[in-house]
Design a protein around this ligand. Sequence first.
Ligand code: DAT
Length: 179
Amino acid sequence: ELLLYLKTMKRPNILLTGTPGVGKTTLGKELAQRTGLTYINVGDLAKEGELYDGFDEEYNCPVLDEDRVVDELEEHMGEGGVIVDYHGCDFFPERWFHIVFVLRTDNSYLYDRLQSRGYVGKKLQDNIQCEIFQTIYEEAMESYKKEIVHQLPSNEPEDLERNLEQILQWIGQWLKDNN
Ligand code: DAT
């Protein structure tokens, strides 16, 4: 419904963040499809470019090289029209984003989603705790102007639909205000 074909048009950059499993990728890809904005999954970007700096023995996963990720993203962000998806947000330049959405999921839902993703033991517990302590929401509130940080419930398919509607409406208004 909202196709943004015009390269000359100013377009907003949107950050989707939150604990793993809250639905960032699902929302981001659908949003990109409906708007023509560019979806970038930072985890995938890092994997493709091997943008890592060491290995975390405790979590058995590579450590993100945040500086190289920022360098890699910089040229895209300058043009606008990018949806960024990552489970952290404090290392991106604040100036990149026009709005920040923190997706939130109740424990019972999140537990099942992470389990079916194969998370067990400490990794599962730590991610559930991350959501309980609203770690990413607080990180976002500390990293960006509070007025641009919004929480979105993401438990049921109806939530996804409502979030999409809300963001599409916000994009529409932003385009009017900035073009
Ligand atoms: P993330 O990118 O935050 O890790 P995801 O988009 O991969 O999360 O979603 C994790 C799982 O949850 C996936 O199986 C899709 C499902 N899901 C996402 N949003 C949902 C919603 N609003 N209601 C029900 N399930 C949802």
